[in-house]
Design a binder for this molecule. Structure first.
Ligand code: FE2
Length: 153
């Protein structure tokens, strides 16, 4: 049995790429023409894509929370702890919202398509929240590691 170390940046890159593909698939599924598809097939495809997205989000958040980067960031910039705490709280809120969407979709009436528009609107809103969350994390990293201290000319 080999015990080679995990290449964390490769892993983060792979999970992030998969997450981006899943967001693109979900965005496509919720905007597909309602008349051009069989509702039950669409519902199942959307449900499974949401479940894949949930797993990817959990892995992505695990890497952020359990990996060494957040601890290093706090060592580098302890004053940023409240921003990081808020971002980690958002992980919990995003996952709760996603679980609710999956439960709502499961209960959507497969005959009358009841609840479909509302579920799609909630998915669109959630994807926007995930993207804003990621942007806020990039801003935090930018503020801590890439501040322009002015090198002069
Ligand atoms: Fe995050």
């Amino acid at each position: 049995m080999t015990n080679s170390p995990i290449n964390l940046s490769d892993l983060i890159g792979r999970v992030n790429d998969s997450l981006c593909r899943s967001i693109a698939s979900l965005s496509d599924l919720i905007t597909r023409d309602a008349e051009a598809r069989a509702y039950i097939n669409w519902k199942l495809e959307l449900l499974w894509e949401l479940r894949d997205f949930q797993t990817l989000l959990l892995k992505h958040f695990d890497l952020e929370e359990e990996g060494p980067y957040n601890a290093a960031l706090i060592r580098e910039a302890p004053h940023c702890a409240p921003r990081l705490d808020e971002l980690e709280d958002q992980h919990h809120n995003l996952l709760t919202a996603l679980s609710r969407i999956i439960a709502d979709l499961k209960q959507a009436d497969t005959i009358r398509k009841a609840g479909e528009a509302q579920v799609c609107s909630h998915i669109k809103e959630l994807l926007g929240r995930v993207q804003r969350h990621e942007a806020a994390e990039r801003d935090l990293l930018q503020d801590v590691y890439f501040q322009d201290y002015g090198t002069g000319d």
